[in-house]
Design a protein around this ligand. Structure first.
Ligand SMILES: *Cc1c(COP(=O)(O)O)cnc(C)c1O
Length: 477
């Protein structure tokens, strides 16, 4: 039997309805709450037996409309400022549909999708001023890209025997990595998964701008060497998850070069700032990294998921991952030509066509407009900062470097009240910031990543914070 429609023309009509519903959703996002909880009465929908008998597509789509579409976390919505999530675009959505239709397995072989991914690699190389022999790979996200960076750095340090003998053969040389205390948690996780363990990550304190204190890094590396440890990797952060700080990448790069350490940059959302002449200066030094991890699905607004790892030296990336297998034989002609393949550059064999939605996004909007959009989110962050500073019941809790604003409502017992306030705010559907803890203080955190967010949305956020704050704690200190 085939799974294709028996009646293509009826299927087409249903397909148009589904597309229309999705375009309606995107066109009228503002009329919806930013977020709403799944009603308790709808919960049982997600606890059904597996479907043995077929159901009409139109009926399944209706279930999607009723039970799924209204209850996502809401990152396409202009009021969404929680965490660092991209908003997506209608163009990206269509590209995802095309990629689904082609059903490309982009693990390798002789096909245009692999050429397209190489085309994107060459653009990305150009943005970061990387040499022609630099390699790269689309991956799920920056968590995976950082892990790949750690694996390559480890393989580069320990040599080819690592792949047969594992870390056991290196027990005499405890490798040590360094990152800012403000680094994302996936860096420690990458050290864990690479077999070195989280204790092999030495966290370096931050200065008052939330950047890695590079003097402290120098002292720590020197002390570790004196203690018989083997420093091998420094991870710089470009756009920290808490406050959006950018480490002094130029200083880190020159230190790493002098000390022969691998320099990896976690630029999850910040690295794409290189597309904006206004933001690029913050990233000075990123061009000298050995590897850069970043996401197209955050500031780049490409639909989830689309992470990328860029590596200065193709050979090193291939030596870390390429695995010979008879069924992956390469030919010089025919469908199995075109070696090396993407599967030689990372742990995945089968992989989707993430390059397509990224290519559509870059082509249709152009890198200039994308850079301007990112710079605009930073301008909005400064405007939000000004609204907060101007109000006696609000205070900023960290300097605003890029597009993240940490603040709170002023009151007695601010940690408890602001945590409560945040939940009220979420459930109101008016705006959706998230939270973090800065120097022991609970902070409301607005990450303005979405291209749809405007000053009006920030005014709504401020008004809602004041409204719920005044209800919870009418009197100031
Ligand atoms: C989001 C983020 C990550 C993780 O990236 P994913 O794409 O979610 O895996 C890592 N580091 C920083 C600084 C981030 O903002």
């Amino acid at each position: 039997m085939t799974l294709d429609p028996a009646d293509w023309s009826a299927f087409r009509q249903q397909a148009h309805r589904m597309l229309d519903d999705m375009l309606d959703y995107l066109e009228h996002l503002r009329q919806r709450p930013t977020w709403q909880p799944l009603p308790v009465t709808k919960g049982s929908f997600f606890r059904q037996a597996s479907p043995q008998e077929p159901q009409e597509l139109s009926q399944v789509h209706q279930e999607f409309m009723d039970y799924i579409l209204p209850y996502t976390i809401g990152n396409p919505h202009p009021g969404f400022m929680g965490w660092v999530h991209g908003g997506g675009t209608p163009v990206g959505m269509l590209a995802e549909m095309l990629a689904g239709g082609l059903n490309v397995n982009a693990g390798g072989r002789h096909q245009a999708p692999i050429q397209l991914e190489r085309q994107l690699l060459s653009w990305i190389r150009h943005w970061f001023e990387f040499p022609p022999q630099a390699s790269g790979l689309f991956v799920t996200g920056t968590s995976m890209a950082n892990l790949i960076g750690v694996w390559i750095a480890q393989r580069a340090r320990l040599g080819p025997t690592l792949r047969q003998q594992g870390l056991a053969a290196q027990a005499q040389r405890p490798l040590i990595a360094y990152a800012s205390a403000g680094a994302h948690g996936c860096i420690a996780q990458a050290l864990d998964l690479s077999g070195l363990g989280t204790q092999a990550l030495h966290l370096i304190p931050m200065n008052d701008q939330y950047q890695m204190d590079t003097d402290a890094l120098r002292a720590r590396v020197q002390a570790d060497r004196a203690a018989g440890l083997e420093p091998f990797l420094v991870v710089g952060t470009a756009g920290s998850v808490d406050v959006g700080a950018v480490d002094d990448l130029a200083d880190l790069a020159s230190f790493c070069r002098a000390q022969e350490l691998w320099f990896h940059v976690d630029g999850a959302y910040g690295a794409l700032g290189c597309l904006s002449p206004q933001l690029a200066p913050y990233l000075a030094g990123i061009q000298q990294a050995d590897s850069i991890a970043f996401d197209f699905h955050k500031w780049g607004q490409v639909p989830y998921d689309a992470g990328f790892i860029l590596v200065r030296e193709d050979t090193l990336q291939r030596q870390t991952f390429a695995t010979p297998a008879a069924y992956l034989r390469r030919d010089t002609r025919g469908a199995a030509a075109g070696s090396p393949w993407p599967c030689d550059y990372g742990p995945d064999l089968s992989r989707g066509f993430r390059a397509l939605k990224t290519w559509f996004t870059l082509k249709v909007y152009g890198t200039r407009a994308l850079g301007e959009m990112m710079a605009n989110t930073c301008t909005l962050a400064q405007q939000l900062g000004a609204l907060i500073s101007a109000h006696p019941r609000l205070e900023l809790l960290a300097p605003i470097t890029l597009n993240i604003v940490c603040f709170r409502f002023r009151c007695p017992d601010p940690n408890t009240v602001n945590a409560q306030l945040l939940m009220e705010l979420h459930e109101s559907g008016l705006a959706l910031p998230s939270s973090t803890t800065l120097q022991g203080q609970f902070a409301l955190r607005a990450a303005i990543v979405n291209h749809r967010t405007t000053l009006q949305d920030l005014e709504t956020l401020v008004a809602a914070v004041l409204h719920f704050g005044m209800l919870l704690a009418p009197e100031p200190n």
